[in-house]
Design a protein around this ligand. Sequence first.
Ligand SMILES: *Cc1c(COP(=O)(O)O)cnc(C)c1O
Length: 374
Amino acid sequence: MAAADMHHRTAEFRQLFTKVLTQMQQFIGTANDVVILSSSGTGAMEAAVSNLTSPGDRVLVLSAGKFGERWTSVAKAFSCVPEVVSAPYGSTVSVEEVKAKLTPDIRVLFMQATETSTGVRHDVSGIAKLLKGSDTLLVVDAITGLGTTHLDTDADGIDLIIGGSQKALMVPPGLSYLAASGRAWKRMEQSKHSRYYFDLPKERKNQVKGESAYTPSVALIAAFGAALDYLEAQGGGDLPAARRLLIDSAERCAAMTRAAVQALGLKLFATASPAAAVTAVKAPAGADSTDVVKRLKSDFGAVIANGQGEMKGQLFRIAHLGYFDYMDTISLIGALEHVISAIAPSSNYELGSALAAAQRVFADSARQTQAAAR
Ligand SMILES: *Cc1c(COP(=O)(O)O)cnc(C)c1O
């Protein structure tokens, strides 16, 4: 980020930006053009709505948590008429339920890959298959999905996929990025919304030349470059391979965590379709999850998240994205054993039982990886 003294209308910056945009395509796993915006993730969600729709458009929102609800709010803010397929917090929506609400006049379907507020994974591929051959565009908020979930953007035909700097890419907050399909770029030409700053075709025109329409966040783009170089090195110079390793690591840490918390007698908040980005766990009976979050911080310096909105106090969320790996997961689980026995003294487990459960998951996963390599 010390490269922030670079002027953005120079060959030096164009070279950096062009390299980052190419690496970003490999990180997402797409041949579609990528655009980086100077905003948090919600800015890219808004840009998707304002560029792909027109006032009065009927859209379908898949909603099972705070971020699904955000799609509905943004769609309404741009005078779209959202139809909502919803599931209770902690659950996902079935493909059949989506199919039942999908009529040919639906212009865009908006969904999350992973609903970070509840720790749920949605079936992106299953829903993408429903849309094949129709005029309905598929927009996926993969802000915590990218780098934690195996997504096949081009084969599934995801028309617009969104990521954010502060999630699996391990960069400070402040940038969002997206990749849009040929169909999506065409649809943008028809949009009747007025827009100025978040004008995606205008950004694309500039970014293919290594420029951005307005002053870019040079420091954060340099940080993207460093993060993507770091990942690429982990994949032996192969960024798509590095992405797969990163995702496998998140999946493994999530599986370790699920086994561990259940060994402590705790219940998962998302049972049927848990995400690998984050594991949401119900607070011990009679306890407040705020105490779990506070004690992990005060006693162990470990940071986890509380429930969001009305879920605050009911659940806590453990992240697996980005640099969180085996070492972080094991130490967090060790600390959690102490915290839960302090907060819920009636909970009945031997110290080390959650660690043992996590260790077994890791050992099985390592054995499978070795067998696959053989
Ligand atoms: C973090 C996140 C966002 C974006 O939130 P910002 O605060 O705007 O960066 C959107 N969707 C999901 C699923 C997220 O996890």
